[in-house]
Design a protein around this ligand. Sequence first.
Ligand code: ACO
Length: 428
Amino acid sequence: MSEFAEITLGGQSYKFPVVTGTENEKAIDISNLRSDTGYITIDRGYKNTGSTQSAITFLDGENGILRYRGYSIEDLAEKSNFLEVAYLLIYGELPTQEQYKNFTYEITTHTLVNEDMKKIFDGFPVNAHPMGVLSSLVCSLSAFYPMPVNPLSDRTYLDLSIVRLLAKMPTIAAWSYKNSQGHAVNYPKNKYSYAENFLHMMFALPVDDYEPDPVVANALDKLFILHADHEQNCSTSTVRLVGSSHATLYSAISASICALWGPLHGGANQKVIEMLERIHQDGGDISKYVDKAKDKDSDFRLMGFGHRVYKNFDPRAKIIKKAADEVLESLGVDDPLLDIAKQLEEIALRDEYFVERKLYPNVDFYSGIIYKALNIPVNMFTVMFAMGRLPGWIAQWLEMRQNREPIGRPRQVYTGANHKEYQSLDKR
Ligand code: ACO
């Protein structure tokens, strides 16, 4: 008989099959646990719960391995480009030359957003956080493109919706920034690559001849690749959960943007820079902040440190650290925050508290430093993350729907009051 797990409840024994993944990952399939035994499991934060079986991203946190559809993140970051990686994640294979040409053409020619969307931008206050604006505008795409997308029966609208999302995201993102500056928006230009177009929409002004810097565009493209998917994290689980009710693709993506915004998730990249700036302004006393992070009476954490699944170095952080050095050198930027980040990393990695808990720098620790060198405003950092993560969210949503996964609906153990007799208001 194949492998199984056995549990004994009330003197009776039950067997549950063991599922083995292609990289030999093991899971106990408890799908029949409640119907067979009447019991459920409790797993706060889903630390031991596999919500699905997925063929998109392989992550080995112990050994610091990350692969998209079998390809290592190191290879993809070095040799590929973001739209090729987006195609790989969503459609499962690297595109042929013809497929790549068509895919990039479709994306390049769908970058305009409906002019009526500008009225929504106008309704936001200038100091609105761009993540709030981005999630609202992405959700509003459901209103502008209301045709239902059924991934099992209708390829046309499916592919069109995927293209629209990928194409319009940089436009919406850059316009949310322009809105926060009180500036007129820039329309996309088809001659530019994905990253160049975003830079053009962010930084071109009617009064100058802005041309995107290829060093900056390449660095951005690489950062997008590094963020493109990361299996069942908080925002990806959100896209699958919201999508499992068959809500629209746009609303599921909008929900995942909101989940990403939190400082314990993608919002950490903004918080890292704010933390490094605080240390810098406070005289650069790094040990003081390391001690604070270790103090259980303080809520302070070293932002950009620790990860739910990486208990070894985050492979993306390694690539980003190297890229940060290269970009800063090539742009001639001398940023004291980079020195503080390096010292902080060195001190924390030697400290028993961090060693014991296997707390290493994560992807967000160095990404903010590159974004800063590329002149991306700090409140746009998490938006950059969302742009990079978009293909992963789409791929995970598509896989969930194509596998006909049931609506996500966890259970609970109730700990509230037992039944009480209602007393009318005049008796209380
Ligand atoms: N600074 C100080 N202590 C930390 C940190 C940190 N950054 N991260 C974890 N710890 C400590 C915890 O206090 C806890 O200590 P204890 O065992 O003495 O109670 C232990 O390490 C385990 O931490 P948990 O919070 O239980 O780990 P969890 O897996 O739930 O959380 C998380 C992971 C949220 C990433 C956490 O490490 C954290 O808050 N990091 C800072 C925020 C951050 O950088 N987030 C980005 C993550 S990457 C991404 O989402 C893109």
